[in-house]
Ligand binder design. Structure first.
Ligand SMILES: C[S@@+](CC[C@H](N)C(=O)[O-])C[C@H]1O[C@@H](n2cnc3c(N)ncnc32)[C@H](O)[C@@H]1O
Length: 225
């Protein structure tokens, strides 16, 4: 999608993707990443998600990137934080206490901008990208996070029934775009009851950089497709 598409969504308040509750998959599965205390968690395409407040309340630090400055103004307002705002290259850097958000295009964000992160949390980010952009997005996220583990929430549904976003991104594609760099473990697969999607499912993945000795609750990291 072009930037204009998303700016219009925010300007017109068409943000059905924004959840009024903290994402239950985040709450249930963040611990599987075994993060250190005070972990720095990167949220690509973060919008104004309430997940940020939850991550901060758990003692984490948060860094995000988001195209819409309207979204980020609303986010800081909701957090009751007054940000410092500084231009950095083609991005605008909002920061306060344990939170930093880059306003701009994720493809303009470099490792130097982002700094070290302990994990990536992707909810409605990969699935917001059209098919041709998803391999580039996966490579960019992996590169700038330097292979940090990821908690990734995707949708699977019959794409012929509805155009994205959100797009359907199944296990085969996850393996194609992330499988050379990460071990992939599906953590949860849950039906979504939403008339727009008919038989849709939400799938939660744990991505761990290869060679990281990946085990979870005694299970080997693996992918079956
Ligand atoms: C489907 S929404 C998800 C927002 C958030 N993750 C959530 O769960 O509420 C996708 C967001 O990505 C932003 N976005 C789209 N393309 C982007 C890009 N190239 N760089 C940064 N943000 C982008 C949009 O403005 C939108 O807020």
């Amino acid at each position: 999608m072009e930037a204009r598409f998303w700016h219009q969504k925010w300007e017109q308040g068409e943000i059905g993707f924004h959840q009024s509750e903290v994402n239950p998959w985040l709450q249930a599965h963040l611990s599987s990443l075994n993060l250190p205390s005070g972990a720095r968690v990167f949220l690509p395409l973060c919008g104004k998600t309430l997940d940020i407040a939850w991550l901060l309340a758990q003692g984490n630090r948060v860094v995000g990137v988001e195209l819409s400055e309207l979204a980020i103004q609303a986010l800081f307002e909701h957090l009751a934080l007054r940000p410092q705002i500084v231009r950095r290259d083609n991005l605008i850097h909002y920061s306060a206490q344990n939170i930093e958000i880059f306003v701009g295009d994720i493809f303009a964000l470099t490792t130097e901008h982002l700094g070290a992160v302990d994990a990536v949390y992707d909810r409605a980010a990969l699935v917001a990208m059209p098919p041709a952009t998803r391999p580039l997005y996966a490579a960019q996220t992996s590169a700038i996070s330097q292979g940090a583990p990821q908690l990734l929430v995707t949708y699977e549904y019959d794409q012929s029934l509805r155009a994205g976003p959100p797009f359907s991104v199944g296990a085969t594609e996850i393996a194609q775009i992330f499988g050379s760099a990460y071990d992939l473990l599906p953590l949860a697969h849950s039906p979504v009851t939403n008339s727009q999607f008919k038989s849709a499912a939400e799938v939660v993945w744990h991505l761990q950089a290869k060679g990281g000795g990946f085990t979870l609750d005694g299970k080997e990291g693996h992918l079956s497709i």
